[in-house]
Each structure stands twice: as C-alpha cells, then as structure tokens.
Design a protein around this ligand. Structure first.
Ligand SMILES: [Zn+2]
Ligand SMILES: [Zn+2]
Length: 389
C-alpha cells in the first residue's frame, strides 16, 4: 500500500478527530470523551480493542508471531488556551504538546493498517495512552499488561515539534542511542517556626531557609557538573509565609531536575536532598525532600533507529539523526523494556511564524503534519514486520 498517498486521502478524517480532541482538551488520566472517541472509532473500523489501566486503550490489527507496537499519547496540559483558534478548548485544558495530533494520527494509521491487514506479516499493537504529561500513563499501561500477550518486538512513537528553529513542517528527526533527558519533579517542604517579626529570634524563618536552598541548588550546575555535560536544576515554584510581619513557619519549593544519564540523574537527586536538608538544619529548621514523580533518560535502540530511517526514507522524507534533546518522555518506560525509537515531526518552525513553542498555551500546530505522522506509523509497522517475520 502507498501509505503516503493514502494518508493524504484521509487527511480530513484525521484533521476532524484532531480538532475534536483539541476542543475537549482533557488532562491526565481524566479523558472520558477522548477515550470514548478512540474506542468508538476503533469499533467502527472493526479493530479489536480493550481498555488497559486507568484510561489506556489497546487496539490489535493482524495475526502472527512478530509484533510491532505503535504508541500515541492523548492528554492535554492544564492551562487556558490562548490561540484564538475556532476549535480552541474552553475547558481549562490545552493540547499545547500536540498529543491531540498523535492520537488522531494513530487512528488514521489504524484505519489504513486495517485496510491493509491481509498483507501484514504480524501483529500491530496500538497503544493509546493517557497521562504522559504526568510521566505516569505509560507506566500504568505497562503495569496493566500492554507489553504482554503478545509482547512487542519493537516500538515506534511519534511526537510533533513546534515553535523552534528548524522544526519545519515535514522535517523528521530521531536519535540513535541517548535521545532525551531524564525528568524529575521534587517537592521540598521546609519547616521553620512562626513568630512575631519583632521577636524573630524566637522563630525559625522558613522563607530565609528556602532562599538559601534556591541559591545553593543553583551551584550544583556551576560547580559539580563537568563542562562537557548538561544538566538542569530549576526551582520552578516557591511559596510560603503568612503575613508581612511574621517569620514564616513553612515554605515549599518545587524543583525540576534533568540529566542525560541515569547515573547523573541519581547524583542530582542525592545532592538536592543533601543540600536542602543541610541548609535547613544549619538555620535550625527542617527540610523534607520528596521525589514526586520522575522518568529515566530515553535511549533509542540503534537498530530500530536505523530501520526507521530506511522506512521513512522510502516514503520520500529525509529523516535526520540528531543529538540527545532536553525534553522528557514517558515513552521511556516502554523503551526501557523493548527496543524502541521515537520519531520527531516538525509541525511549524519559528521561521515559519510559529512563535509559541511546546507547552505554551498559544502553541499552534500546522496540520499538514498529520498525513506525515499517519504514513510513518504505517510504514514503520508494515515494513518492520515484512523484514522480521
Ligand atoms: Zn509535553
Ligand atoms: Zn508531549
């Protein structure tokens, strides 16, 4: 089947699904309308499917010993959309990471793969997952059996990319080996002792402690990470105190960490804990450091990456292998178990006027990317099975 041509023919179908998901803008594991639509569409196509975990859906196409997994995430981010698009979300959730595109493209691919089912040399497993933005959805589906019966031999995922230099519509990139950074969310609860400001010596100022922690955490990058390595330690949120003239009894810092290797990730976590606890006790307070959620760095299987490169080239695109990038993905949970590759699809660059980037409430996707994603999903699955059955 000429997937590139066929994917253009079903453009309106995929666009319609994408716009509907976009308008709902459902978040996290709470995706009732999105999940209902995915199930309904799979049923209409005659594709066997079943729920997995809290809000995941697995579809099955084809028969045989070998199995390819295609993954799309479905969740939006909790922010108020500012695009002004006619199909903008009004729900307080915004698809500013493009997961509406991923789910729609996978449904489009499902349609074509089902049409071509007789020629598939094995099983295609469709993974529609919730809660990627919480880095929890893939893990939840894995814990509930998405990678069993049958166990996939290889997995492919796509992600759109918007608003950066070079994220031109139609550009396809991937990494071979290290692909994305780890990500951790850390919550530091500082406990002091509230007191009247005129008798501050009787209290323990949690805001002062928090301020020292912020400054000290920033030193990790400048003094403890080698020149040729990159890591991120970012205090993204801070709160504390009761009123202008008392010492704060408590303060909370929320910190995000990113690293290129699991070893460096563990180092950052250990240092954040030591520094926070040490500074708090220096000033007679206490710091409780909690690792709220996290994900390892993504490693893309070099063989699967080389295969994907060939398959995508055959569609007439020119895939480019790029170095490890700074984002984090919970597809890593799949890639930690089976050989996997993540494919990045340009969907509007800075040069093309897309001034809002990913996770910005004003981010606008150029929908011309949709057939590209559909064709790539189909070609990767079909050709991998052909070559490995
Ligand atoms: Zn995201
Ligand atoms: Zn995303």
């Amino acid at each position: 089947m000429d997937y590139r041509k066929k994917s253009e023919e079903i453009f309106e179908y995929v666009q319609g699904i994408r716009r509907q998901l976009h308008q709902w803008g459902e978040v996290g594991f709470d995706l009732p309308q999105t999940v209902a639509l995915v199930k309904e569409e799979l049923t209409k196509m005659g594709i066997e499917h079943y729920p997995v975990g809290k809000a995941g859906v697995c579809g099955i196409i084809g028969k045989g010993d070998k199995c390819v997994l295609l993954r799309a995430d479905m969740d939006a981010l909790p922010m108020d959309e500012t695009t002004g698009l006619p199909y903008a979300s009004t729900s307080g959730g915004t698809h500013s990471c493009g997961h509406d595109c991923h789910a729609a493209m996978l449904l489009g691919a499902a349609k074509l793969l089902k049409e071509n089912e007789a020629n598939l040399k094995g099983v295609v497993k469709l993974m529609f997952q919730p809660a990627e933005e919480l880095l929890q959805g893939a893990v939840d589906m894995i814990e509930n059996g998405i990678l069993e019966n049958p166990k996939p031999d290889v997995a492919f995922a796509t992600h759109v990319s918007v608003g950066q230099p070079g994220t031109t519509v139609g550009r396809v990139t991937y990494s071979s080996g290290p692909a994305l950074y780890s990500g951790d969310a850390v919550r530091i609860e500082v406990t002091g002792k509230a007191s009247h400001g005129a008798a501050a010596f009787m209290g323990v100022d949690a805001i002062n402690i928090a301020a020292h922690i912020v400054v000290a955490l920033n030193e990790i990058i400048s003094r403890e990470i080698p020149l040729d390595e990159h890591s991120v330690v970012l205090v993204g949120k801070i709160s504390g105190g009761d009123t202008v003239n008392t010492t704060a009894g408590s303060a909370v810092l929320e910190v995000s960490l990113r690293a290129q290797t699991e070893e460096k990730r563990n180092f950052l976590k250990q240092r954040v804990k030591e520094i926070s606890e040490g500074i708090a006790s220096t000033f007679r307070g206490k710091a409780d450091v909690q690792f709220v959620y996290g994900m390892s760095p993504l490693y893309c299987d070099p063989q699967a990456a080389a295969d994907a490169h060939r398959y995508i080239s055959q569609l007439g695109y020119t895939p480019v292998c790029v170095p490890c990038a700074g984002g984090t993905e919970d597809f890593t949970a799949v890639a930690n178990i089976i050989p996997s590759v993540m494919l990045n699809l340009g969907a509007g660059s800075l040069e093309e006027g897309h001034i809002c980037s990913m996770h910005n409430a004003g981010m606008v996707v150029n929908e011309d990317v949709l057939p590209t994603g559909v064709a790539i999903y189909c070609q990767c699955a079909t050709q991998w099975l052909e070559e490995n059955a």
